[in-house]
Design a protein. Sequence first.
Length: 259
Amino acid sequence: MSGLHALEAAGLAGDPASPVHRLDARAKLVGLAGLALVAATAPRGAYPLLAACALLLGAVALAAHVPAAVIGRRALVVLPVAVLAAASIPFVHRGGPAHDVGPVQVSATGLAIFGTAIGKAAVGTLSAVLLAATTTVPAALEGLRRLRAPALLVAIAGVTWRYVFVLAGEVGRMRTALAARGHRPRHLLDGATTGRLATALFLRAHARGERVHVAMAARGGSGVPPRAARRPLARADLAFAGALAGLPLALRLALELGA
């Protein structure tokens, strides 16, 4: 039972007894997704709106007692990729004054688009990090089901989450076997071994999936996990979702009307 609890609590951070952790998963899904959506659809140069979204996320992190080191470490998995993907924007978009950066020029419009894109990526990433840090995967899946998300997608997400740990254990055993046989990769030519390892892992994962499917079918499994006990949304849940999704939307409308 302790192993099951550890599996369900994987990814959690902060204080499990905090007000944010105790909220209904639906409230966190709607609130954080709504905030990220408002930020993602904001116009170019909407820095006050993005800053307000960041402040709201900071307040959530403080209330949940999620350490800044944990947030930073998890955000660094995504943000460098976003920065790299948007790095060419200042050089290809024209408009406004141009600035010389070595042998090339960057435009003010391109810089504004680049800054807005990075701000949106940061808000979306922090929203996802806080959701994962304050909500267990079973609770999030149950919240998605109760929000009428497609049942097939929810089932696929649940199976993927459960068996990614199985695959991680399989990779660990295969690496141990390679090391026991004296495999010490030192250059790119050893990539052939990595390719064979990936092929073997794919075949093992496929075989494991077939065995699991047959075992579930033999036991009458329908592929739909059991539902948790339902409870109505409390006032705190509604307030959280309304504040996180409503305040950025109201600020955006105010900025657009005042422009």
